[in-house]
Design a protein around this ligand. Structure first.
Ligand code: SF4
Length: 198
């Protein structure tokens, strides 16, 4: 069975699902089977809520303040388990909840999931990847034609109701594109974080 929780750079991550509605060119799962201390992040079958809770109960959170939903798939594709386990992590272990997402949850679920996330999520990190629709579609290869616009609208909506919202790009982008990304993020009322590509 794949690891549900894993530690990387001192942070604890939840690998909730292998489902994803993108096929990013740079996705780490096309190059490696694992990250951090996980043996593998490929599930034979996505974990149930009970399995996620059991993995949390087996983890030592004494030095941890935050639980990050990331892993080898898009966490919002498993929205029910995301919400159920995040609530559990918060209530039982006093953890802050961060979700790293591609920002396409509203398209995937065909409804506005932002108010649902806002019930328990403290921080959202949305992959901008590229500052123009053309490059975004080329790099992210999403299932939806209107993914870029939907991701921007999702970001703006999160910014209104979730305490910390950031967009991210990786540091291999040309400087001008990073700057364009920063302006775009600021126009939506959020910050841009430039993360290193590992
Ligand atoms: S959204 Fe994330 S999990 Fe999905 S393909 Fe892109 S990098 Fe990989």
């Amino acid at each position: 069975m794949a690891d549900i929780l894993y530690t990387y750079n001192g942070k604890v991550y939840v690998n909730l699902t292998n489902r994803c509605d993108c096929n990013c060119k740079f996705c780490i799962r096309s190059h490696h089977d694992t990250v951090g201390d996980a043996v593998t992040l490929w599930h034979r079958k996505d974990p149930t809520l009970e399995e996620v809770k059991a993995a949390m109960d087996a983890y030592d959170f004494s030095e941890k303040k935050e639980l990050v939903y990331c892993g080898y798939g898009e966490p919002t594709c498993a929205l029910e388990n995301l919400m159920g386990s995040a609530r559990y992590g918060k209530e039982r272990y006093g953890l802050q909840i961060r979700v790293n997402t591609n920002g396409l949850g509203n398209l995937y679920h065909k409804k506005d999931i932002v108010p649902i996330l806002a019930e328990v999520v403290d921080s959202v990190s949305i992959s901008l990847n590229a500052p123009t629709k053309e490059t975004y579609m080329e790099v992210t290869r999403p299932q939806f034609d209107d993914a870029f616009e939907a991701m921007l609208a999702f970001t703006k909506a999160c910014g209104r109701v979730i305490p910390e919202v950031k967009m991210t790009v990786v540091d291999v982008l040309p400087k001008e594109e990073i700057e364009a990304g920063r302006k775009l993020a600021e126009s939506l009322g959020v910050e841009l974080r430039v993360r290193s590509y590992v």
